[in-house]
Design a protein around this ligand. Structure first.
Ligand SMILES: *Cc1c(COP(=O)(O)O)cnc(C)c1O
Length: 453
C-alpha cells in the first residue's frame, strides 16, 4: 500500500518511508492511497482476536512492506508494556454508557497506544537500515512523556524533548525527567510552549542540520499514530452487544483531532459506527466548527484539561481532504486561505456522523463529581469533558484518555479523593534529570550537536 500527501505535491511512499518522513515534503499529511474496506466476514474473523493479534491483522492492510512475523513481533512488544490484560478494557457504567479505558500504558495516557508502536517501528528501521535516528519534539505534557517512553533505552535512537520549564504538570515532568535512560534528553526551555515550538520549526526548516543529524519529528501528525489509534475503536466495537453495534456513538475528548479522526477513518473502512461526538474543553474551535461550519482560530486559554488546549487542530487537514472529495488542490487552497485569514467556512463536515460538546473549567470539577456520585467512577479532567451530555437514544462509549492520578489536584478539589497509581508513586522516589536550555534555535542546535547519535 502507498501513502499520499493531502496536498498532492509529494511522491507517494510505502508505509515505512511515510512513517519515517512524518510530515510530507509539500507540507501535507500522509494518508493511505485507498482506504481498505472491511467486509462483514472480515469483522467476524477479527472478533476472536486478542488486542495484539487484532492490531497486527489491521496493520496487514497498510504496512505491506514489513513481513508478517516481524510486524507481529513489533506489535507484541509494543503492548506488553500495558498493565491491563485487555490493553483497552471496556467498563460498563449504565445500560447505555460504557467507558473505553485508554490509560493502561506506561505513561497513563492514550498516546501510549501509538507511541509504543512508533518507538518499536523506529527501532526496527534503525536496525534494518543500519542508521541511528535522533527524535526531536516539543510538548506541553502527555505527548513528550509518551514519546520518551516509546524510545526509552532503544539502541540506535536518542530522543530530545523540549518543554516549558515550570509549566507542565509536576507528574508529567517526572515522567519525562526521571527515566534514568541515557538516550533521553528532557530539555527544560526558559520560555513558553510557543517559544519552544517556534525554535523547533526553525530547526526543522534547517535542512542541513536536519539531514546531518537524521532528525525525526515526534508530533501528532505521524501516519502510524492515527492507524494505531484505529485499533482500539475496532477492538471496542467488536466487544459491544451485536444488537447495539450499529447504534453506538464514541465520545472523544479532543484537542488535535488525532484520536477522533482515527475512529472516523475506521467508519470509512466499513465498520458501521453510528457517530462520534467531539468533546472539547473551553478551547472550542472544533465545537464551533461542528455546530456552525465556521472554523475560526481563537487564543488558547489554559484549562484544567491541558492536553486539549489547542489553537489549530493539526490532524484536521486529513479530515478536510476526505470532505472535499480527495481534491488536493482544493486542500491547498483552503489551507492557504485559512493561514492568511485564520478562518474558513465549511459546507460539508459530515454533520450526520459528528456531533460536538464543550465544557469550560467551571464545569469540569462538577462533572467529575456527578460521574463519581452517580457511577462511583473517577474520571480525569480530559475524560470529564466527554461526560458533558449524552444522546439517550444511543449507546455511548466515552473514551477515557488519561488516568486520574495524573491530575491529583483537580480530582482532590472535585471529590475529596486522592487518586494514585503505583508507577507515579515510584517516580517520586527518583532523581529529576533535566537540561535547562535557552529558547533559541541556536542554543537547542548546540545542545543536540553535542549529544546526537
Ligand atoms: C492528547 C490528549 C487528548 C487530545 O487528543 P487529540 O488526538 O489531540 O485530539 C485528550 N486527552 C488526553 C489525556 C491527551 O493526552
Amino acid at each position: 500500500m502507498n501513502f499520499i500527501s493531502t496536498r498532492g505535491e509529494a511522491p507517494a511512499l510505502g508505509f515505512s518511508d511515510a512513517v519515517a518522513t512524518g510530515l510530507a515534503p509539500d507540507g501535507g499529511l500522509f494518508l493511505p492511497e485507498e482506504l481498505p474496506q472491511f467486509s462483514g466476514d472480515d469483522l467476524k474473523a477479527f472478533a476472536g482476536l486478542d488486542y495484539p493479534a487484532l492490531c497486527t491483522a489491521f496493520f496487514r492492510r497498510f504496512a505491506t512492506d514489513i513481513d508478517d512475523a516481524t510486524f507481529a513481533a513489533i506489535v507484541a512488544k509494543s503492548y506488553t508494556t500495558f498493565s491491563h490484560p485487555e490493553i483497552a478494557p471496556l467498563v460498563p457504567l449504565a445500560d447505555n454508557l460504557q467507558v473505553l479505558e485508554l490509560f493502561h500504558g506506561p505513561t497513563l495516557a492514550f498516546k501510549d497506544f501509538a507511541l509504543q508502536l512508533l518507538g518499536n517501528l523506529y527501532e526496527h528501521q534503525c536496525a534494518t537500515r543500519q542508521q541511528t535516528i535522533n527524535v526531536l519534539g516539543a510538548t506541553s505534557g502527555d505527548t513528550g512523556a509518551a514519546a520518551i517512553h516509546g524510545l526509552l533505552g532503544k539502541p540506535g535512537t536518542a530522543i530530545f524533548i523540549l518543554y516549558p520549564d515550570g509549566r507542565v504538570a509536576p507528574l508529567q515532568e517526572r515522567q519525562m525527567t526521571c527515566t534514568g535512560a541515557d538516550n533521553v534528553f528532557a530539555m527544560a526551555i526558559e520560555g513558553s510552549f510557543d517559544d519552544a515550538q517556534t525554535a523547533l520549526k526553525e530547526i526543522f526548516a534547517d535542512q542541513d542540520f536536519r539531514l546531518s543529524h537524521r532528525l525525526s519529528a515526534v508530533n501528532s501528525i505521524n501516519l502510524a499514530r492515527v492507524l494505531a489509534q484505529c485499533v482500539y475503536y475496532l477492538s471496542a466495537w467488536l466487544r459491544l452487544p451485536a444488537d447495539r453495534q450499529d447504534n453506538v456513538e464514541f465520545v472523544v475528548p479532543t484537542g488535535n483531532f488525532g484520536n477522533v479522526l482515527a475512529g472516523w477513518m475506521l467508519q470509512k473502512m466499513g465498520v458501521p459506527i453510528r457517530g462520534f461526538k467531539v468533546a472539547t474543553n473551553q478551547n472550542d474551535i472544533l465545537y464551533r466548527l461542528f455546530t456552525t461550519g465556521e472554523y475560526q482560530v481563537d487564543r488558547v486559554a489554559p484549562s484544567l484539561a491541558p492536553s486539549m488546549d489547542i489553537q489549530v487542530a493539526s490532524n484536521f487537514e486529513r479530515f478536510l481532504y476526505f470532505s472535499v472529495g480527495r481534491d488536493a488542490a482544493r486542500v491547498r487552497e483552503i489551507m492557504s486561505t485559512f493561514k492568511a485569514t485564520g478562518q474558513y467556512r465549511f459546507e460539508n463536515f459530515d454533520a450526520d456522523t459528528f456531533s460536538a460538546s464543550r465544557c469550560n473549567d467551571a464545569e469540569i470539577p462538577s462533572i467529575i463529581k456527578s460521574v463519581y456520585d452517580r457511577y462511583g467512577y473517577v474520571a480525569d479532567p480530559h475524560t470529564a469533558c466527554a461526560f458533558a451530555e449524552h444522546d439517550p437514544d444511543r449507546l455511548s462509549v466515552v473514551l477515557s484518555t488519561a488516568h486520574p492520578a495524573k491530575f491529583p489536584d483537580t480530582i482532590r478539589a472535585a471529590i475529596g479523593v486522592d487518586p494514585t497509581h503505583p508507577s507515579l508513586e515510584a517516580l517520586k522516589e527518583r532523581p529529576i534529570i533535566k537540561h535547562p536550555v535557552a529558547a533559541t534555535a541556536d542554543a537547542i542546535r548546540g545542545f543536540i550537536t553535542e549529544r546526537a547519535l
